[in-house]
Design a protein around this ligand. Structure first.
Ligand SMILES: Cc1cc2nc3c(=O)[nH]c(=O)nc-3n(C[C@H](O)[C@H](O)[C@H](O)COP(=O)(O)OP(=O)(O)OC[C@H]3O[C@@H](n4cnc5c(N)ncnc54)[C@H](O)[C@@H]3O)c2cc1C
Length: 474
């Protein structure tokens, strides 16, 4: 009798999961396993935490749902605590496994763990890796990732011209599993974190799991018919209707990008095919690009100068960094975005670009501190998407043109009525829209009239931003 262990990592789904499907096909019995690795939490070298409460809760919900899905198929999800390098050989030995099937990912620590597991498995247990988290398969690229270009557009065009997306893999009908102690799915408090409280202002209550992810697509594509206006509205800041919000489910692997792609095609057949529908796939290609860039450059993405041959002198001013992180810079657009992140675990793409540019360009602070802070806070944190985008924004990554975001004009353009900043900074509610992005310019009379006291109930700006932008231009 053949037995296979299926080691779930960031692929917490049953639909279109080749790792699970191949194991079920090859073996008579499978052991679906999730390992709670102590190295995934704790303090980083930047003084931040690796795991925050929003992502911990999302993962718990995703694991509970995966367990329920496997139980519906006659199986279960076994949860064990410890280093995968120790747990996998133990479990494989206990069930006399012939093989371990696992998702493979490009990030450095994940790869090290994977190599460690392979080395500690006995020789007669084969280690089967599956690449399952991108739209295009790594083996189908026009050039191998080692030789891929570091610039997005030519790479994307070559992929669109020369590759096709593979078909979905059907979910197994049955998952025959031996009788073993199940093990508890970790709670948020097991990580020493406090469960997050919900906030009415959040764009969504992100609920982990494959069916919640599918429900979000159902709502966004089919019920509310938003895909037809995706590109036009994706730079929004408030509410569920702008952009798909698929990122947390993609990051945990609750949704497969190929499944989303198939739904886009179905929408294009049944409703409308336009630039907006194409643009969602275009964004999934950005996601793929960073994954393959990580395969190519590996740990260089964690260097202060990133993947580029530039020498930048980064500031390491802890006090200024803390003001940024806590949303207390006195620049409303930055503060509103950071407070949203801190309260809800999510921030729009427009917000992320602006706060990242503010930290790295305007304050000149080591962008890796910001990336590490996002790692702690984001519900959708993904190594490649996060560090790749941060490096890009800091001018040390891909396509970098040393362009900074002028946060003040961005705020005035994308939040002309000040609705976004006053949602997250109620202390500025009384200030009229034309002044709300620059409260420091208010006269004494205006301050009294609008009931705002910069320096008392809202901070004075941490820097003279306009002067700083002049310097950057000069
Ligand atoms: C500094 C910075 C840090 C970021 N960190 C992360 C991160 O840790 N995890 C993460 O998933 N995204 C990250 N992003 C990318 C992007 O901001 C989010 O994917 C997006 O805002 C999520 O919302 P959405 O699902 O509604 O996106 P949509 O606009 O609906 O896009 C659909 C999907 O495409 C992908 N996508 C879109 N834009 C990008 C992009 N620029 N790079 C990579 N993939 C993209 C995401 O998977 C997203 O879910 C970061 C961007 C910046 C500027």
């Amino acid at each position: 009798m053949e037995t296979a262990v299926v080691w779930f990592r960031d692929d917490l789904r049953i639909t279109d999961n080749p790792t699970l499907a191949d194991a079920v096909t090859a073996a008579d019995e499978v052991v679906p396993l999730y390992v709670v690795d102590p190295r995934k939490r704790g303090e980083t070298e930047y003084g931040t935490e690796k795991l925050g409460a929003h992502r911990a809760r999302f993962r718990r919900e995703s694991l509970l749902e995966l367990r329920a899905g496997l139980q519906d198929r006659g199986g279960d999800l076994f949860v064990r605590r410890g280093r995968p390098e120790t747990v996998l050989p133990e479990v494989a030995g206990r069930v006399d496994a012939d093989a371990v099937y696992a998702q493979t990912k490009p990030a450095t620590e994940e790869l090290e763990t994977e190599v460690g597991v392979r080395e500690t498995l006995p020789d007669d247990v084969s280690f089967e890796r599956r690449w399952t988290h991108t739209l295009y398969h790594v083996s189908d690229l026009p050039t191998s990732y080692e030789r891929m270009q570091d610039t997005f557009t030519p790479w994307r065009k070559a992929v669109e011209r020369e590759c096709s997306v593979r078909d979905l893999v059907a979910p197994p009908d049955a998952v025959p599993t031996p009788d073993l102690p199940a093990g508890d799915v970790p709670t948020v408090s097991e990580y020493g974190l406090e469960a997050p409280t919900d906030d009415d202002r959040a764009v969504l209550r992100f609920e982990g799991g494959e069916s919640a992810g599918k429900r979000r697509l159902e709502e966004y594509f089919w019920e509310e018919d938003r895909l037809r206006e995706y590109k036009e509205t994706r730079n929004g800041l408030l509410g569920a209707a702008y952009s798909s919000k698929f990122s947390p489910w993609l990051a945990a692997g609750c949704l497969s990008p190929r499944w989303i792609h198939e739904e886009v095609r179905r929408y294009e057949d049944e409703r409308v095919s336009n630039e907006d529908t194409y643009w969602l796939v275009f964004e999934l290609l950005w996601r793929d690009f960073f994954q393959f860039q990580f395969c190519k450059h590996g740990s260089r993405f964690f260097h202060p100068n990133g993947i580029r041959d530039v020498e930048k002198a980064w500031e390491r001013d802890r006090e200024a960094f803390d003001r940024w992180a806590n949303g207390e810079t006195g620049i409303p657009f930055v503060d509103a975005n950071m407070r949203e992140l801190n309260r809800t675990g999510y921030m729009s793409n427009r917000g992320r670009q602006n706060v990242a540019s503010f930290l790295a360009d305007a304050l000149g602070i080591d962008w890796r501190w910001g990336a590490a802070y996002f790692e702690e806070r984001l519900v959708d944190y993904d190594v490649a998407s996060n560090w790749g985008n941060w490096a890009y924004q800091a001018g040390v990554g891909n396509d970098s043109r040393d362009n900074y975001f002028d946060v003040l004009s961005q705020a005035e353009y994308y939040d002309p009525d000040g609705e976004y900043v006053t949602t997250w900074l109620p202390e500025l509610e009384g200030v009229p829209p034309e002044a709300v992005h620059r409260p420091w310019e208010l006269s004494e009379g205006e301050r009294a009239e609008y009931g705002v006291r910069p320096g008392v109930d809202y901070p004075e700006p941490i820097i003279d931003l306009e002067a700083r932008y002049e310097d950057l231009q000069g």
